[in-house]
Design a binder for this molecule. Structure first.
Ligand SMILES: [Mg+2]
Length: 323
């Protein structure tokens, strides 16, 4: 792409929101009116590793890059503020395609009240989008970390799992009979994951003790949370809620549906722990954000995540890793 021409066009496509950004794209640096606590995360997606252009529109790629970064802010329970995007684009890529990518990002930014306050565009060998996001809080106690789970806490998840993995299998050609709407929902789940920002904030306010977003699958991410908190998370696989169509797709690819849902990545639901006396408040909080609190198990003294099937037998699960 012609970098300067694209940068000018991108500047015209972006809008400031929330009144914090005093200077955005177009100056040498962004200038933001800060709140007391900044919460910052960075996420990078690479063509051929995290997405394929044969199955994703450029606008999907822009959406996905911002969504995965914002999902980390959701897991901290904070309000999102600004995003900064670095694009590596192939020299032969047309400006219009690059603008579609930025458009997908800006649409999600608008819906979530985020300002894309700066970035960089360079030519390079592989389409890569790296997004840094900053969220804001007034007090340190508002922020939920991975290390707060305690023995006896309940383990919950904010919504059904396996949808993104099932969508990926459909895009790869899995042969299965599904209602059109279910099929489309699975593809959308894979192409345009939704960061659970509202749920993250209401769950934090309702008193969850630890939280993580499900990027690698509950099998892997529950282990991360357990490790950081120094507890064991015991998860009942039969309690894992399946997105519509996941059971059918898993069967079509010869997988057990619950194992599939627990190990497929990219769902971006929130996994959290809650002291039992706050469970009801957390259910109400999740509902108020359009999510749910589905209880998967309990924390105990010990370490790591353990999984049991409906008969109570221990099940070994490997976390999802991007190929
Ligand atoms: Mg994360």
């Amino acid at each position: 792409v012609a970098e300067l021409e694209l940068i000018r066009a991108v500047e015209r496509a972006l809008r400031a929101r929330g009144g914090r950004v005093l200077a955005g794209p177009g100056d040498d640096a962004a200038v933001v009116r800060a709140r007391p606590i900044a919460v910052t995360s960075i996420d990078t997606i690479v063509e051929g590793v995290h997405f394929e252009l044969s199955t994703h529109a450029f606008s999907d790629v822009g959406h996905k890059a911002l969504a995965t970064a914002l999902s980390d802010l959701a897991a901290m329970g904070v309000e999102p503020g600004e995003a900064y995007a670095a694009l590596v684009l192939q020299p032969e890529l047309e400006t219009d395609r690059a603008l579609e990518l930025v458009g997908g990002m800006e649409q999600l930014a608008e819906r979530t009240g985020v300002t894309i306050a700066g970035g960089d565009v360079v030519n390079g060998p592989v389409l890569t989008v790296s997004v840094t996001v900053t969220g804001w809080a007034e007090r340190e106690e508002e922020i939920v970390r991975r290390d707060g789970a305690r023995p006896d806490d309940l383990v919950g998840v904010s919504g059904p799992l396996g949808g993104s993995g099932a969508g990926l299998e459909l895009l790869r050609g899995a042969r299965v009979e599904l209602p059109e709407a279910v099929w489309e929902a699975l593809l959308a789940r894979h192409r345009r994951p939704e960061p659970r920002l509202a749920a993250g904030q209401t769950l934090a306010a309702a008193g969850v003790s630890a939280m993580i977003d499900l990027s690698d699958g509950v099998a892997a991410d529950a282990s991360h949370l357990a490790e950081r908190s120094g507890v064991e998370l015991g998860i009942d696989l039969a309690a894992v809620p399946l997105a519509a169509g996941v059971a059918e797709v898993a069967a079509a690819v010869g997988a057990d549906p619950l194992r599939f849902a627990a190990t497929a990545g990219d769902d971006y639901e929130l996994l959290f722990t809650v002291p039992p006396e706050r469970a009801e408040a957390v259910e109400a909080a999740a509902g108020s954000a359009g999510s749910e609190a589905v209880w998967l198990g309990r924390a105990a003294a010990g370490g790591g995540a353990t999984f049991r099937d409906a008969a109570g037998r221990a099940v070994a699960l490997a976390g999802y890793e991007h190929a």
